[in-house]
Each structure stands twice: as structure tokens, then as C-alpha cells.
Design a binder for this molecule. Structure first.
Ligand SMILES: [Zn+2]
Length: 246
């Protein structure tokens, strides 16, 4: 892992403004893991990608996390706090090999979904949830057969077999759907909310970029310094100059 400079991170952000969330996530990973190609990063399982994004978050903004959400029952706004260390379900060691399940006399061999799969779904279909799920499973299914060895297409598989595949994927890559237990202080409703590190981290990077550009604007106006020189300063020194400039 390497910490990008402020100028590099601003470039990633500016590029990301025109990108889909999946590609923004890959852009942030690429800035921190420059030794790994976009192709390698796109082939990480979603859980492994999200574990790495949590580490990127620690690197950029530290471990403390504060989130706001709304109670699904009474719409009360509530804030929850956590630490990135508590959000790692495991330490990034997801199985990359083939997974197998046997269900209802059907044998399925498959792999975990990746960013590449999600990107293909986004550009390939305007369909509903069921259609997207079917397409995702189709991409991840490597082989399906009866217990006698007769090869089958995904459309020939019963729903129970596909459900077993979904469960195996969820178990093998739990970081991909990080659930946070929440209780509403107003109505005591309890539920599990999905923590989406992709949108959470992007919102933080976006806010950081706007703060940074504002600092550049104020310092350039006050002192006539160049953008590159202002960005090359440590955040502490930039802040001190900002205060001096009033
Ligand atoms: Zn409530």
C-alpha cells in the first residue's frame, strides 16, 4: 500500500466524477495499490475489494467512522459510530478458487462475483433485480451437472440449486455484504443496515477534494502560490497558512 499525494488523489477524484461507483472504487484502489493492474483489482471478489477499500479509508482518513441513517419504521435520523477494525469480517483472505455445492442431485462449480461482473451487469441490462441476479449467477457459474454427470445450462437448474449457490457465495465472501445491527432510539425498532464502503468512502473523498480545492483557492488568492506548491504542503502547514490568511 502506498499513500497517494494530494495532487494524485485529486486527479483520481476528478476522473471519478464522470465514473460509475464501481470504477471509482477501482480508481481509489489503483491509487493505493499501484503495483497491481486495474485488471487484477477488477478480478478481486467483492468482499476482498471492500476489505481493501476499508484499508484505503484507514490510510486516508483514519479508523473512526461516523455514519448517519434513517430508521425504516419511524424515519428518525440516527448516528452510529464504529472503527474500521470492527468492520473487517476477516482479513482479506477470501477463497479465489472454485467453489462447489451439491443440491437436489445437482452439482454446481462456480467462482465469487467480482467488480468486473458488477460492471458487466450495469452496462448489459436494464432489467430488474431477478434478472440481474440471474445474469450474475450465469457469469459466475463455471459448470453445472446432474449427479450422474450430465452437463446442464443455468436455465435447466431448479431455483433451490441456484439458492444454494447464492448461500455459498455469501458464506465464502461475507465482507461483500457488511450488515450493521442498529436500534432506533425513538421507536426501539431493531434492524440490520447494509454498510456500503464504496459510496461511504467516495462521499468522504468528495468532501476532502472540495475542502482541498477551497484551500488552494484561498491560499493562491492570498499569496499568489501555485496549485502544485500548495498541494505539496502537509495538511497541517496548509491549515496554518489558511488561518494566517484569515
Ligand atoms: Zn424508529
Amino acid at each position: 500500500m502506498r499513500t497517494p499525494t494530494a495532487a494524485e488523489l485529486l486527479n483520481v477524484w476528478e476522473h471519478g466524477l464522470r465514473q460509475r461507483p464501481i470504477d471509482r472504487a477501482l480508481g481509489l484502489l489503483r491509487a493505493v495499490y499501484p503495483e497491481q493492474s486495474t485488471e487484477i483489482l477488477a478480478d478481486l471478489s467483492i468482499g476482498e475489494r471492500d476489505a481493501r477499500l476499508l484499508r484505503v479509508r484507514e490510510l486516508f482518513f483514519g479508523p473512526g467512522i461516523t455514519c448517519t441513517t434513517c430508521c425504516p419504521r419511524c424515519s428518525e435520523r440516527l448516528e452510529w459510530e464504529s472503527d474500521t477494525a470492527d468492520l473487517f469480517i476477516h482479513d482479506g483472505t477470501t477463497p479465489t478458487d472454485e467453489l462447489r455445492v451439491e443440491a437436489d442431485a445437482y452439482r454446481l462449480t462456480f467462482r465469487l462475483p467480482t467488480s468486473r461482473d458488477l460492471a458487466a451487469l450495469d452496462s448489459g441490462t436494464n432489467g430488474g433485480r431477478d434478472e440481474r441476479r440471474q445474469l450474475l449467477l450465469e457469469r459466475c457459474l463455471l459448470e453445472a451437472s446432474t449427479s450422474e454427470g450430465e452437463l446442464l445450462r443455468i436455465t435447466q437448474l431448479p431455483n433451490a440449486a441456484l439458492q444454494a449457490m447464492v448461500q455459498a457465495i455469501d458464506q465464502a465472501d461475507p465482507q461483500a455484504h457488511l450488515l450493521i445491527s442498529l436500534t432506533c432510539p425513538a421507536c426501539s425498532h431493531c434492524w440490520e443496515g447494509l454498510f456500503d464502503i464504496v459510496s461511504f468512502l467516495w462521499a468522504e473523498v468528495n468532501a476532502w477534494a472540495e475542502r482541498t480545492l477551497r484551500a488552494v483557492h484561498l491560499l493562491a488568492r492570498a499569496y499568489g502560490w501555485r496549485e502544485a506548491d500548495i498541494l505539496a504542503m502537509s495538511p497541517t502547514r496548509r491549515q496554518i497558512y489558511l488561518e494566517m490568511a484569515g
